[in-house]
Write a protein that binds this ligand. Structure first.
Ligand SMILES: [Zn+2]
Length: 436
């Protein structure tokens, strides 16, 4: 659901390397993380790390950190939070942590302490208490500004379906844009707008399909850059492939309208909403994002496996609508296969890349085992805390740089391949499918 950056301090890696990954954080990254065995690939030290075979010419061709388009994130809070409230936004669980620990005691917590303290003028890995004290000293607004600026993201596609975190309102997208310096576009969450559909006088349940078409159409008209489904949360991705019949939809709408409004969980209405969104996306050439993989305890994990969508994906293929599978973990390999198998399927590692902390390059590597380079997109899924936007961006840059360094060192690709792959994943794929 739920995440930028100075590099970690320049401690030597396992192999004694010192260079940053090819795409480590902008504005002053100087070294790899302590655990980076590759030592990083790219500039400025890339060629030096490539298997001990310096290639000066290639080194000169290596890019700076590529432009980043965050294709799925949420807005943030810019108000002071109690320490437990802040820590509570570093987990997908709404339950307590193990006794004597906090959510900082996690792979994500390590990533926050790796990438965020330098943005607030502290060394990487500063103790949590020092970090929180520095954040308070700066004030939430200034800390938020610094963290978002350090993420170095050029464009953020914000899912506006979540409007609050720890009971407080998130910044409206235009304030997020002003504070971060990033361009902002809106992604509209389908279930939230469908829940505003109420009984229409004189039409009753029979008016449901048209009313849903209307709210979805209005979101597109208002400038949404994509629509997003949380079907995985509301039912599960195990749905029949076909579009439901009008009769089924009206019967299900009748039951919903009799019970009153509230959370939309009926599988027929959810499937109808998905097909209505597909129609709207097809007409307006917008992508449709779908939550897949892990999330908060509302989710039944095995029903969020994106391969459960294969029937729907086949049925939706003629529409040509790009279907973007978000998050993925632990089914990111399934998402990668779907992205290879079907021309309209894309995937990202938002949320996952932050939560897996030191393992991020390994997980990205698993994704790139099958996902074609034109099909994987960068996102942070940052939500609530600006730390999560910085961590998402820094983790992605670092992982991509470290992974491509090992590929180069192994002779698997050239410096120009590193540049091209970096650009595709960081921004070019998103620019193409969202027509930015
Ligand atoms: Zn999200």
């Amino acid at each position: 659901m739920t995440r930028a950056g100075r590099g970690a301090g320049g401690r030597a890696g396992v192999g004694g390397a010192e260079g940053a990954g090819a795409f480590d954080a902008p504005g002053g990254a100087e070294g790899t993380g302590a655990c980076d065995p590759s030592g990083g690939a790219g500039h400025p030290g890339a060629a030096r790390q490539a298997g001990g075979a310096p290639e000066r010419a290639a080194e000169e061709e290596l890019p700076g950190p590529p432009e980043l388009i965050d294709q799925h994130c949420h807005s943030v809070l810019a108000v002071d939070l109690a320490d437990e409230e802040l820590a509570g936004l570093l987990t997908e669980s709404d339950r307590p942590p193990a006794p004597g620990t906090s959510p900082f005691d996690s792979a994500l917590g390590l990533a926050v302490r790796r990438w965020c303290p330098p943005a607030l003028g502290l060394p990487a890995h500063a103790p949590v208490a020092e970090y929180l004290a520095r954040r308070r000293e700066l004030g939430a607004r200034e800390a938020t500004r610094r963290l978002l600026a350090a993420a170095g993201t050029d464009t953020c596609l914000i899912d506006t379906g979540l409007t609050r975190a720890v009971g407080r309102p998130l910044l409206p997208p235009e304030e997020f844009a002003a504070l971060s310096g990033a361009r902002v576009r809106e992604v509209v969450r389908l279930e939230v707008i469908a829940e505003t559909v109420a009984p229409v006088a004189g039409s009753g349940a029979g008016g449901w399909p048209a009313a849903v078409r209307e709210v979805v159409g209005a979101a597109v008209e208002a400038g949404a850059v994509a629509l997003k489904s949380v079907l995985a949360y509301r039912h599960g991705l195990d749905i029949p492939a076909e579009r439901p019949t009008d009769r089924e939809v009206v019967a299900a709408a009748g039951a919903r309208l009799r019970e009153g409004t509230g959370r939309l969980t009926d599988p027929v209405l959810l499937r109808h909403l998905l097909w209505t969104a597909l129609d709207a996306c097809g007409e307006s050439r917008l992508p449709l994002q779908l939550h897949t993989g892990f999330g908060d305890p509302d989710l039944t994990l095995h029903r969020a496996d994106p391969s459960l969508l294969a029937g729907f994906i086949r049925a939706a293929e003629p529409s040509g609508v790009p279907l973007v599978l978000l998050h993925g973990y632990p089914y990111h390999r399934q998402a990668a296969w779907l992205a290879q198998a079907f021309p309209q399927v894309y995937a990202d590692l938002g949320l996952t890349a932050s939560y897996v902390g030191p393992q991020v390059a390994a997980v990205l590597g698993e994704m790139l085992e099958l996902a074609p380079f034109g099909k994987l997109l960068f996102s942070t899924d940052g939500y609530g805390l600006p730390e999560l936007h910085l961590v998402g961006a820094a983790q992605f840059r670092h992982a991509l740089g470290a992974l491509l360094a090992t590929w180069r060192a192994d002779g698997a690709c050239s410096a120009s391949d590193v540049t091209r792959i970096g650009r595709l994943l960081s921004a070019d794929n998103a620019r193409r499918i969202y027509r930015l």
